[in-house]
Design a protein around this ligand. Structure first.
Ligand SMILES: *[C@@H]1O[C@H](CO)[C@@H](O)[C@H](O)[C@H]1NC(C)=O
Ligand SMILES: CC(=O)N[C@H]1CO[C@H](CO)[C@@H](O)[C@@H]1O
Length: 405
């Protein structure tokens, strides 16, 4: 008995010695961490911690855990200079109509806001200050505390997880024809009966555990994890309304997506880069996939899900879209192929970017965002979509002047 224990201790000691002497793999391109020698222990530990933290959520469900009314309103900004409260809308139709609209509330009545509308009849329209996104929030909106409004646009939550109203009234610029201004009036509503998806608890714990387990664990690292906390949820739905350009009116009827994020601080300078895809297939299946690199918390994290026509959500479990293989030099790729697995089903995606526009956020120099309108094919089913390629412009790692749009 005694000898057995001694032998076991010896084996354990020698294994630790052996593993500890192994070399960790270098970060790819100096940024992207790879599973290290202790990954096989770090992963289950992290998985355990995450599942434990989520127990309450697993027991009480989404409704028992989150208050929809509280989520679906303008959030008061904390005192932190980088506090934020941001909403975003995407909408797409199979006949090439696209709407992108976003508003990020910041301190001192600043909103980073933008609208792009792409329509076969009118071309690609953009709010006049783009590529600059810094706008002044409407004083009435600050007073009422109900909506996100600045320089012509207004986004208003009407019924939690059911309806938002969007409007824009003002001039817009025609892309590629930069001096031409047109008068645009858009009245639309985002409506939905589809489930919402909240990142903190709906991303599979396995995916998160993997992303955290590949990073070096230091005190500083866990501190950052605690501080970098943001809330983010998304919902699929439909955008319906009318668009009037220089007096000519057309109806809008699009598949749509929206998100809402808020938190103590959003520091765009911590981000390295990310690619985000949103596919709307002809058969009403929708796919969301983000690959994000924020080295202080996770240098490579993948997250996404498939929403079936009946509203059922399958989360993505593995994916072979790696940031460093696409556009790491600062020039977004013209097309892309990758695969992922959700609910044991393999999806093969082909993406072709049809047109791209760019803008800046964060005092206009911190982040360069490419907003891309695309055609896709997933397992043979065609679709349309929108992709965002966001690059941090602070670390000087990218040459961001290579792509003209
Ligand atoms: C729609 O297409 C996707 C991708 O090919 C497929 O996974 C999904 O099952 C299809 N949905 C229906 C209802 O056929
Ligand atoms: C998914 C995501 O974080 N997208 C961000 C890309 O950049 C815009 C700013 O233009 C943000 O508002 C989005 O939230």
């Amino acid at each position: 008995m005694y000898m057995d224990l001694l032998a076991a201790a010896l084996v354990l000691f020698l294994s630790i010695l052996l593993i500890n002497n192994r070399k960790d793999r270098k970060k790819l391109f100096g940024v992207y961490s790879q599973p290290g020698k202790w990954y096989f222990i770090k992963y289950p530990v992290m998985l355990g911690l995450l599942v434990f933290r989520r127990l309450q959520y697993y027991i009480y469900g989404k409704e028992g855990f989150f208050d929809e009314k509280q989520l679906e309103r303008r959030r008061p900004l904390s005192n932190h200079p980088l506090a934020f409260d941001a909403i975003f809308f995407h909408a797409v139709s199979q006949d090439d109509v696209y709407v992108v609209a976003g508003a990020e509330r910041r301190q001192a009545g600043i909103i980073n806001g933008l609208i792009y509308i792409k329509h076969p009849e009118f071309g690609l329209l953009k709010t006049p200050k783009l590529p600059d996104t810094k706008l002044n929030e409407d004083p009435e909106a600050i007073m009422s505390g109900k909506e996100w409004a600045a320089e012509g646009f207004k986004f208003t939550p009407v019924e939690p997880m059911k309806r938002w109203d969007l409007s824009y009234s003002g001039k817009m610029r025609i892309h590629g024809n930069d001096d031409k201004l047109v008068q645009v009036d858009m009245q639309a509503k985002f409506v939905s009966d589809l489930p919402w998806f909240i990142y903190e608890t709906d991303i599979p714990a396995k995916m998160l555990a993997h992303s955290f387990a590949i990073e070096p664990w230091t005190n500083e690292y866990f501190q950052t994890l605690k501080e970098a906390h943001q809330s983010h949820y998304e919902q699929q739905g439909f955008l319906e309304g009318t668009l009037k350009v220089d007096g000519k009116e057309v109806p809008l009827k699009l598949d749509a997506f929206r998100d809402h994020s808020f938190g103590e601080k959003r520091d765009w300078s911590l981000m390295h880069r990310y690619i985000f895809h949103m596919f709307y297939l002809k058969n009403q299946t929708r796919i969301v996939l983000g690959v994000i690199s924020q080295p202080c918390s996770s240098s490579h994290m993948q997250m996404g899900y498939v929403v079936h026509a009946n509203g059922k959500i399958d989360t993505i479990d593995t994916c072979d879209l790696f940031l460093w293989q696409h556009g790491e030099g600062g020039r977004p790729s013209d097309d892309l192929c990758f695969t992922f697995v959700a609910a044991d089903h393999i999806y093969e995606c082909k993406v072709k970017y049809d047109s791209t526009v760019a803008h800046f956020v964060g005092e206009n120099t911190l982040v360069k965002m490419y907003e891309r309108f695309l055609t896709c094919e997933v397992n043979g089913i065609k679709g349309k979509g929108i992709s965002e390629w966001n690059y941090s412009n602070t670390n000087g790692k990218f040459n961001l002047n290579q792509y003209h749009c």
